[in-house]
Design a binder for this molecule. Structure first.
Ligand SMILES: C[S@@+](CC[C@H](N)C(=O)[O-])C[C@H]1O[C@@H](n2cnc3c(N)ncnc32)[C@H](O)[C@@H]1O
Length: 231
């Protein structure tokens, strides 16, 4: 399908997962084979396709929030680290430091340094989460703990559709419009997207040298899981 349309296969796959979970097209149990049901063909291209016109009319309304987001682009617009530093000073916290680094190239002077490293929902956005995990392994103390909150997914869109319903469509759409483009942005990117799946997450950790890899539900974040792994 991607070849016929002249599109990137990885993006087409994530899009198919999103609309299959939303019930617009069908998917088989493998999560890999997609097709359009007869009755849906009529809605898409037949005389009853007014619904689609309405969806297109929604676009400018949804797009209006970009005015707020564009503030971040302004010369003196909000910057994350500056804001965090302001909060830190206001709260009198003396044992906190904010450092901006590429997670796959951490400070070379750091070796066997940290007892605990924690990532909140920021591994799947990386182009090379595998290299980030290897760096974390390097800078942890022997016996140190890595804890990673990530999206709870099976990695199979059929399973996601049948267990999560319309929420699965939203999760795949988030991935399609943000996580996948960000995580596909270099020549060597793995382009995993946020729905990479728990099994893949566990394998990535093991391949990065971690042991005792565990996954459990998170108490306050129903769409996430917590991975823990020992150096
Ligand atoms: C979904 S956001 C999560 C941010 C934050 N943890 C939160 O919950 O609000 C993903 C973050 O990963 C960061 N990121 C992506 N690639 C990175 C890299 N190679 N090194 C460090 N951070 C990276 C992005 O800048 C972004 O802030």
């Amino acid at each position: 399908m991607a070849a016929k349309a002249g599109l990137k296969t990885r993006y087409v796959k994530e899009w198919l997962c999103a609309i299959a979970c939303g019930g617009l097209i069908e998917v088989d149990e493998s999560g890999e084979k997609f097709w359009i049901a007869e009755e849906t063909k009529d809605v898409l291209s037949g005389p009853n396709n007014e619904g689609l016109v309405l969806v297109h009319l929604m676009m400018p309304i949804l797009g209006s929030i970009y005015g707020d987001i564009s503030k971040v682009f302004e010369k003196n617009g909000p910057l994350a680290i500056e804001g965090a530093e302001k909060d830190r000073i206001q709260n009198g916290a003396k044992n906190v430091e904010f450092i901006c680094q590429d997670a796959k190239n951490l400070n070379l002077a750091w070796k066997d340094k940290f007892d605990l490293i924690f990532i909140f929902d920021a591994c799947h956005d990386q182009t090379r989460p595998d290299l980030c995990m290897k760096e974390i392994h390097r800078v942890l103390k022997p016996d140190g703990l890595f804890a990673m909150v990530e999206v709870d997914s099976s990695g199979n869109c059929y399973v996601e559709k049948t267990t999560k319903g319309p929420l699965a469509a939203m999760l795949y759409a988030n991935s399609l419009f943000h996580c996948l483009p960000v995580g596909a942005n270099t020549e060597d990117a793995l382009a995993l997207g946020s729905m990479w799946g728990v099994e893949r997450g566990q394998n990535l950790l093991k391949e990065s040298g971690f042991s005792e890899v565990k996954v459990e539900k998170t108490l306050f974040f129903p769409f996430n899981v917590l991975y823990t792994a020992k150096k």
